[in-house]
Design a binder for this molecule. Structure first.
Ligand SMILES: Cc1cc2nc3c(=O)[nH]c(=O)nc-3n(C[C@H](O)[C@H](O)[C@H](O)COP(=O)(O)OP(=O)(O)OC[C@H]3O[C@@H](n4cnc5c(N)ncnc54)[C@H](O)[C@@H]3O)c2cc1C
Ligand code: SF4
Length: 546
């Protein structure tokens, strides 16, 4: 069986999309199975993003009665998405949150999504694997944590998901060296700058890995290099669960219930087992019964939902007997460096994810910090470019001059492995949202190792751009990618779920999103989140409905 046939036999999503120039299989959505609230379905999932959708699709294929409830809409790329930065605001989770700590993390477009497909609808599209070392940083480097599961156990799931998205890129020499199912994309001006500067410094940089079809895949067309990946790919070339896992789930009897905000997880006090979800839909409070529950609401909303699901049995929040819920929330340090060139770069004329290096990923014994960073092309569109320039303090005439010079700039971003710290956490604020639920308070402070990493990454990016011929470089400090907050561990004193993502406290409750990650590496997290969810699905299928 060829590669495509093998993928199709496992996940037919790309072939279930229309082949007539439109982007959505309306029949599949219209004829979707719909469960009644009072049906006790096998599993109900909170959130239909990276982690939730993979679980949904795998279990539906195995004949489970399964539904995913998502607070946001069921997007139709043809009618809902626009090729316009400002007009894409609806894609983000913009409900109120309180931020605190010495280095608070701004929330919004850069770190959350809302709606079927989750944050991957408007993620950039980079899909690197974690390195084997990421699973044992405590043993190797004396920082972070060891996972209760290793790279080797996750590798088959990385391979499956890379084929299903599918991923394009050069052979990857770092971590566990591996190839990709699709050849690398051609690069635009920004990628050429990166490759040129890195080559002059002797730094290996590679094209990819991106979850963007290079050539036709099923009924998905190939990329047209229009650069709107972070606004939702209207073309359907960039992978997101909306097109990579949801169609197959629907075709196998799953329900996706959009515009359904989950407000609480119910647990029977006598049996200690989850019984279903309280949610609000169409202004009505409802309750979906289920034999098992999975939560995949992303790193802020998952711990918030657990904390908001307090009861007599769990007075400090569900699964929070050992004060682990919300802790070890991580965000990658993401300094961004732009360089000006006399030649036109036109960084918007390609997907932002093009070229990256993981040369600096591992701990370097010659440095005074542990762990490392990666560097990638980022290619901001004009509004994000204005934010970069304004963050440097340029306003008025100076800002206008930088803006009219946009086509001459190239832009790189780093992902620094900021360490998991127990005091970086989500708790509940006193403020309430429109559902009457207490909002999340996210407190975040950097440690010395984090700051040293960000300085080192900035200096490497500035060197690369200078080596490529930039006559001016400007760097801003930012954050990217949230993970953690309900991590997996060997026991309940150190985490919330076990190696199969099953909560220690409630035997039929699973968490299958980015919140379970104990460390974050300097890789973008979506592929790992999907691989972990696929592994959990296999565990559930093997164990049956319990
Ligand atoms: C701008 C941007 C760029 C990114 N770029 C990359 C990249 O290049 N590569 C990469 O690997 N990662 C990237 N990411 C990160 C990646 O998208 C996330 O790590 C990943 O999607 C998280 O998966 P998840 O399953 O934890 O949550 P999500 O995919 O965010 O899914 C969570 C879902 O749960 C729903 N939800 C939450 N709470 C509730 C509730 N109470 N009731 C009902 N529904 C609820 C939300 O609506 C959402 O749809 C990017 C993210 C952003 C925002
Ligand atoms: S550059 Fe390619 S992947 Fe990105 S939005 Fe455009 S068509 Fe989609």
């Amino acid at each position: 069986m060829g590669l495509r046939d093998g993928v199709r036999a496992r996940n037919e999503s790309a072939w279930l999309l229309p082949n007539d120039g439109t982007r959505t299989n309306h029949r599949l959505r219209r004829d979707m199975r719909r469960f009644a609230d009072e049906d006790e379905i096998d599993l109900v999932i909170v959130g239909c993003g990276a982690g939730g959708s993979v679980l949904l699709q795998r279990l539906a294929r195995s004949g489970w009665k399964v539904a995913a409830l998502d607070a946001g809409p069921f997007w139709d790329p043809d009618t809902d998405w626009v090729s316009d930065e400002a007009g894409s605001h609806r894609l983000y989770w913009t409900d109120p949150r309180v931020i605190a700590g010495a280095d608070p993390v701004p929330m919004g477009s850069n770190n959350s999504g809302r709606g079927v497909g989750g944050s991957m609808v408007h993620y950039a599209g980079y899909t690197p694997r974690f390195h084997p070392s990421d699973f044992m940083t405590r043993t190797l480097d004396g920082v972070g944590a060891d996972w209760p599961v290793g790279y080797r156990e996750l590798r088959p799931y990385y391979e499956q998901i890379e084929q299903e998205l599918p991923v394009a890129g050069e052979r990857w020499p770092w971590g566990d060296p591996h190839g990709y199912p699709y050849r690398p994309h051609p690069v635009g001006g920004n990628g050429e700058v990166f490759l040129r500067g890195a080559a002059k410094l002797g730094i290996t940089a590679k094209v990819g890995p991106v979850a963007i079809a290079n050539g036709r895949f099923g009924n998905r067309p190939h990329c047209i290099y229009r650069g709107f990946c972070l606004q939702g790919c209207k073309v359907n070339a960039k992978a997101s669960p909306l097109i990579t896992h949801v169609p197959d789930a629907l075709a196998h009897g799953a329900e996706v219930r959009a515009d359904a905000m989950v407000t609480g997880i119910a647990v029977d006090e006598r049996t200690g087992r989850a019984t279903g979800l309280h949610y609000v839909s169409g202004g009505r409070e409802r309750f979906q019964r289920a034999a098992m529950v999975a939560v995949a609401g992303y790193s802020i909303e998952t711990p918030r939902l657990l904390l908001n699901s307090a009861s007599r049995r769990f007075p400090d929040g569900l699964c929070n007997d050992f004060d682990q819920v919300g802790r070890y929330l991580m965000v990658q340090g993401a300094p961004q460096t732009a360089g000006r060139f006399d030649a036109e770069i036109r960084m918007y004329k390609a997907p932002p994810p093009e070229v990256s290096t993981e040369e600096f990923y591992e701990t370097d014994p010659g440095q005074d910090y542990k762990r490392g960073f990666s560097v990638q092309t980022v290619s901001p569109l004009p509004i994000t470019w204005a934010e970069h320039v304004a963050a440097q303090g340029h306003w008025g005439t100076a800002l206008r001059e930088y803006m009219s010079d946009y086509v001459h700039w190239s832009c790189l971003g780093a992902l620094c492995e900021f360490l998991p710290l127990p005091e970086n956490r989500v708790t509940l604020a006193d403020e309430k949202d429109s559902y009457g639920l207490r909002v999340a308070r996210f407190s975040y402070s950097q440690c010395d190792n984090d700051r040293a990493l960000a300085r080192a990454a900035q200096s490497v990016m500035e060197d690369i751009l200078h080596a490529a011929g930039a006559d001016e470089v400007i760097t801003i400090q930012r954050y990217a990618h949230l993970v953690g907050g309900a991590r997996m561990a060997r026991d309940e004193r150190h985490g919330v779920v076990d190696e199969n993502c099953r909560s220690f406290a409630v035997p039929n409750l699973y968490l299958t999103d980015g919140s379970v990650l104990p460390t974050q590496g300097s890789a973008n997290p979506a592929l790992t989140i999907m691989a972990v969810a696929a592994r959990t699905a296999d565990h559930l299928i093997a164990g049956g409905i319990t």
